[in-house]
Design a binder for this molecule. Structure first.
Ligand SMILES: *[C@@H]1O[C@H](CO)[C@@H](O)[C@H](O)[C@H]1NC(C)=O
Ligand SMILES: *[C@@H]1O[C@H](CO)[C@@H](O)[C@H](O)[C@H]1NC(C)=O
Ligand SMILES: *[C@@H]1O[C@H](CO)[C@@H](O)[C@H](O)[C@H]1NC(C)=O
Ligand SMILES: *[C@@H]1O[C@H](CO)[C@@H](O)[C@H](O)[C@H]1NC(C)=O
Ligand SMILES: *[C@@H]1O[C@H](CO)[C@@H](O)[C@H](O)[C@H]1NC(C)=O
Ligand SMILES: *[C@@H]1O[C@H](CO)[C@@H](O)[C@H](O)[C@H]1NC(C)=O
Length: 292
């Protein structure tokens, strides 16, 4: 019987495992929104002081609120200011924070997107800014930057993707929405920002929200549902109505606490069946044995 109890305990541990990714302590924090300036964000974003903890969003979508008004998102070590979040279309409008002061930069980085998480929206061109080149490139538009060793009029705008600085000191790729860029248009476009689309699998989220849960992310970057009651599932919280195909009548959410005893009953039934089987097998063997 002790082994039986142990077996029951092991079984109930296994039956709880899929639920452990959902945590009622996270229901409250994950139903809060990140708010900063005129930007507010829910799932799949997280971050902010006392706002959304890491379990409430994708690890690549941490927001920071600077000076209580600027929402900042960092992508592959480049800081972007978040201008708009369109939840329905999963579109994020961001602007390079480092280029807000103009096109001349000392610390130069490409606009790289984490391809597992983002796709760039149509309508933007990836152009390349070339800094401090040794020669004139008459085919390209030039601009001057007079600081930090970039004291040169030989800086150029390459209107498309251009790999590497080549013979220039540095290069940076930036996304702009101007087809034939001038310096002024590029500077304005860098301030206006660009749109990207996030690719977080949140198919389960509407169902979760409908069942009064709040969405979060598990360690495998999969969407999970955090419920007010323990005993939640990946498919939403245990509230009415039951998912299609379920044959049990609706039960109050607190039935999660009865899980142990219920499993025990089922196991006892199984044990009885097993004993009956062994018993009838034995009887049959004895009958066969004695009839010979
Ligand atoms: C928030 O304000 C900035 C300017 O401060 C503006 O560019 C942006 O479009 C605004 N975003 C929203 C969602 O209103
Ligand atoms: C733009 O092109 C550069 C290559 O020069 C690349 O490294 C970068 O990832 C591209 N950016 C986007 C957003 O596609
Ligand atoms: C830039 O170079 C010019 C001459 O080429 C020089 O007169 C000027 O002082 C330099 N400016 C800086 C900031 O180094
Ligand atoms: C662009 O290049 C031309 C020719 O080298 C030069 O005269 C002009 O001053 C440059 N313009 C800027 C904005 O640096
Ligand atoms: C969700 O909660 C609200 C109020 O807390 C309640 O009125 C509603 O019935 C709940 N919905 C479900 C599906 O349980
Ligand atoms: C989750 O996403 C982060 C950021 O995009 C990534 O670094 C990490 O490898 C991902 N984890 C898994 C298990 O896919």
């Amino acid at each position: 019987m002790n082994y039986f109890l142990l077996f029951v305990m092991i079984l109930s541990v296994f039956s709880e495992t899929p639920l452990s990714s959902s945590n009622p302590d996270l229901y409250g924090p994950c139903s809060k929104e990140f708010k900063c300036g005129n930007v507010s964000a829910g799932f799949p974003f997280w971050g902010g002081e006392d706002q959304r903890p890491p379990e409430c969003g994708h690890p690549g979508l941490q927001l920071q609120c600077e000076d209580n008004h600027a929402a900042i998102l960092e992508i592959l070590s480049v800081r972007y200011r978040v201008l708009d979040i369109k939840k329905e279309t999963k579109i994020l409008k961001i602007a390079r924070e480092d280029y807000k002061g103009g096109i001349c930069r000392h610390n130069i980085q490409n606009t790289n997107l984490d391809a597992t998480l983002f796709v760039s929206a149509p309508g933007y061109v990836n152009i390349t800014l070339l800094y401090d080149c040794p020669v004139d490139l008459p085919a390209l538009k030039n601009f001057s930057c007079g600081f930090h060793g970039f004291n040169s009029s030989k800086n150029f705008i390459h209107p498309e993707v251009f790999h590497g600085p080549m013979f220039c000191s540095a290069s940076a790729s930036v996304l702009v929405h101007v087809p034939s860029p001038t310096v002024e248009a590029i500077e304005q476009s860098l301030k206006d920002g660009f749109e990207i689309k996030w690719k977080v699998d949140d198919e389960r989220c509407p169902k979760c929200l409908k069942s009064n849960g709040s969405c979060g992310i598990d360690p495998g970057n999969k969407t999970v549902c955090h419920c007010q009651e323990p005993g939640s599932s990946l498919e939403g919280c245990p509230v009415f109505p039951l998912p299609p195909g379920a044959s049990q009548p609706p039960q109050p959410p607190s039935n999660a606490n009865k899980r142990g005893p219920k499993n025990t009953i089922n196991l006892e039934n199984a044990m009885n069946t097993c004993e009956k089987y062994l018993y009838s097998f034995g009887v049959r063997w004895l009958t066969t044995y004695f009839s010979q």
